[in-house]
Design a protein around this ligand. Structure first.
Ligand code: DC
Length: 225
């Protein structure tokens, strides 16, 4: 019998390890993986290049009409394209992280990306990583996880990641910005970061990514029956 193709959501604050875990889980069960934060980052980058202020809602709405964001898989890596331009690296700076958090509070941006994400889920067999995947975008997802970890550990992971990309940022700035972003993301009026009532909570403070993925695979098998 064919296994049921699921929609799996993994939400949680920044630096909890969502990206690593989502990628590994998707690879292990042969699913596609979609990083929805990259889409918010893409909008943040493109509108910054257009000179749009991050709180200019009507200019943001207009810009969303003209953006062409697409994911492509290249040698196993998920790349984000704006038209034909690969913006995967450009969206990973601390400035774009903060701007993505700000623009993600705007109604037209959320409305535009929610539609895009639902379309990406139509084929099923997908792991979606984000902040509101299980609460707003896919309230009927087959399996929902909420991945969290101690803020200090999350800041350490983000710091290592930024250093590997060649950033000169210091640890305290990374930690302060991460806490600021958590605050923005969880207190905004629209689709704030929170666990869905039916989400499975995973605390990754003391677990490495492989252990988290193992625990998730057990849940996937039980849902698939
Ligand atoms: O996961 P990330 O750090 O790449 O996300 C960047 C920002 O995008 C995050 O601070 C809030 C926003 N975001 C969102 O509002 N909803 C999502 N589903 C994913 C990200």
């Amino acid at each position: 019998m064919e296994k049921k193709e699921l929609v799996i959501t993994i939400d949680g604050p920044s630096g909890a390890g969502k990206t690593t875990v989502s990628k590994k889980l998707a690879a292990k069960i042969g699913y596609r993986y979609i990083d929805t934060g990259a889409l918010y980052r893409g909008i943040a980058l493109i509108t910054s290049e257009m000179g749009i202020k991050e709180d200019d809602e009507s200019a943001m709405a207009e810009a969303c009409e003209s953006v062409d964001l697409r994911f492509v898989l290249e040698e196993g890596e998920l790349k984000l394209l704006s038209g034909s331009r690969d913006i995967s690296e450009l969206i990973r700076t601390p400035e774009i992280s903060m701007r993505a958090s700000s623009v993600s509070a705007l109604k037209p941006v959320r409305a535009f990306l929610t539609v895009l994400q639902r379309r990406l889920g139509e084929e099923r067999g997908v792991v979606f990583e984000g902040r509101d995947m299980g609460t707003v975008v896919f309230p009927n997802a087959d399996l929902k996880f909420f991945l969290d970890a101690d803020p200090h550990i999350r800041a350490e992971r983000r710091y290592v990641e930024l250093k590997e990309r060649g950033s000169k940022i210091d640890f305290q700035t990374v930690k302060d910005e991460l806490i600021q972003r958590d605050e923005n993301d969880s207190t905004r009026a629209l689709a704030p970061l929170k666990a869905a009532d039916d989400a499975i909570h995973v605390d990754a403070t003391q677990m490495d990514a492989d252990a988290v993925v193992e625990a998730m695979v057990v849940q996937v098998s039980s849902v698939q029956g």
